[in-house]
Design a protein around this ligand. Structure first.
Ligand SMILES: Nc1ncnc2c1ncn2[C@@H]1O[C@H](COP(=O)(O)OP(=O)(O)OP(=O)(O)O)[C@@H](O)[C@H]1O
Length: 424
């Protein structure tokens, strides 16, 4: 991706022709945009929260592209600041930015990751149209399942080599399923006692007539939620319906947690508890955490930081904590990268490290907001295998947000479609 995007400095090639000034849609670009917005954050000067550059400022000729913007369900956020967008909306904005700018070449990484079903269909429609209009579209995917129908040719990389290339059907018919090349045994990582699945136990989360939103804007309401140990929950719903907001209310990262009738681990929110007391029993992975984790830190430190819920490591750690973190790195296949700066890992490897970071303290509640974004089939399957292992052994209770239907596993005993509680 970096080579195609013109971002790679350290490489050699005897012949190389790259597209000039292509439109890039990737996690890295999304991250750069976010960091740029953080640099421009004027909250301190304004004496109020600076929401960031409004969406419409990223787009060329909004009027002309009104239908396109509407089809992506982005017309109602044109005046919203970039930092207030949901993760799927950030991705859609990047797509709209490149398409409205009229690029000749578009390179899009993992096109469907983070998008709801309707947006995936819309993206397909838009890309098909771009191709009809002579725009060249390259896409990079981690799974043959994610190859869009509009691709005519495929290049297949295997172990760092371009192993096959040519017409889609010919290439795909010659690809065999790659064998797993990592340690599959999670057993050494879990020592805690089993959580019982007893309905008479105190619920981990109880939300009565719950609502969520920002300021006066309410996204969802009337939500009743009771999560007992072992009641793993899948949360779905279109981009921007409030899934991350709900999770943030549960984790205490959204101030509506105080306005709600909410108890966590048997304790009513707003009864004097600190956010850290609550968080010590939670392991969290989310697009926002991934976005915010941009401090200098080694890969090993990033995993260890999970013991303290910190972004970066600012405490002394003991030998046992380091040993546990190394075990995790071994399991996720990154043992040889412990000194590599976290930010220098690929996006997918960063994700795996953040998952290990969430698991390291063996949380009672494991909150995973689209954890598999950017992972290839092997690691995605591996992640689901781990979820099953956690569920079977009752090691933690899982709250899982995913747009991918192949991740809607029967292990999730409850399913909340948040759209059903939408106020819009
Ligand atoms: N700090 C904020 N201030 C104002 N509005 C916000 C803020 N954060 C998010 N929003 C808005 O709230 C809505 C819900 O955002 P949220 O991130 O909860 O959606 P989501 O369901 O998780 O979406 P996605 O599937 O894209 O991740 C979005 O329309 C977003 O623009």
């Amino acid at each position: 991706m970096a080579l195609l995007a013109g971002d790679l400095d350290d490489f050699s090639a005897s012949v190389l022709t790259l597209p000039i000034n292509p439109g890039i849609i990737s996690f890295t670009r999304q991250q750069l945009l976010f960091e740029e917005e953080l640099r421009r954050d004027d909250s301190d000067f304004l004496d109020k929260i600076d929401p960031g550059t409004p969406v419409k400022a990223f787009l060329t000729d909004c009027r002309k592209h009104r239908e396109l913007i509407r089809s992506f369900d982005m017309d109602h956020v044109l005046n919203t600041g970039y930092r207030q967008l949901s993760s799927g909306q950030c991705k859609k904005l990047l797509v709209l930015q490149q398409v409205t700018e009229g690029k000749d070449v578009i390179i899009i990484q993992n096109p469907y990751d983070g998008l709801d079903r309707q947006s995936c269909q819309e993206l397909d429609r838009v890309m098909e149209k771009c191709i009809e209009n002579g725009i060249q579209v390259f896409t990079l995917v981690n799974s043959p399942k994610d190859i869009p129908f509009w691709c005519s040719h495929v290049g297949y990389f295997h172990r760092g080599q371009l192993a096959r290339q040519g017409e889609k059907h010919t290439v795909l018919s010659g690809i065999s399923k790659p064998a797993a090349d990592f340690n599959s045994d999670w057993t050494p990582l879990f020592s805690q006692t089993t959580q019982n699945g007893d309905k008479t136990a105190i619920p981990l989360v109880r939300l009565r007539n719950g609502f969520g939103g920002y300021g006066d804007h309410i996204l969802f309401s009337g939500l009743n939620l009771e999560i007992f140990p072992g009641d793993h929950i899948l949360i779905t719903g279109r981009n921007g319906c409030g899934k991350s907001t709900l999770l943030n209310i549960i984790t205490g990262d959204n101030s509506k947690c105080y306005a709600n009738d909410l108890s966590i681990f048997g304790r009513q929110r707003g009864s004097g508890e600190s956010i850290w007391e609550i968080k010590q029993y939670m392991g969290i992975v989310s697009p926002a955490l991934h976005r915010d984790y941009h401090v200098p830190s080694s890969t090993l430190q990033a995993v260890v930081s999970g013991f303290f819920d910190s972004i970066g490591l600012y405490r002394k750690v003991n030998v046992q904590q380091l040993e546990t973190a190394r075990n995790f790195l071994h399991i996720i296949g990154l043992a040889d990268r412990e000194t590599t700066p976290f930010r220098n890992l690929s996006h997918a490897h960063q994700r795996l490290v953040l998952i290990a970071r969430a698991l390291i303290k063996q949380p009672r509640l494991l909150i995973l907001d689209e954890p598999s974004q950017g992972l290839d089939d092997l690691n995605r399957n591996r992640l689901m295998e781990l979820m099953l292992e956690i569920a079977t052994r009752r090691l933690a209770t899982i709250l899982f947000v995913s747009h991918r239907e192949d991740e809607h596993h029967p292990l999730f005993r409850q399913h909340i479609n948040l759209e059903q509680f939408a106020t819009r």
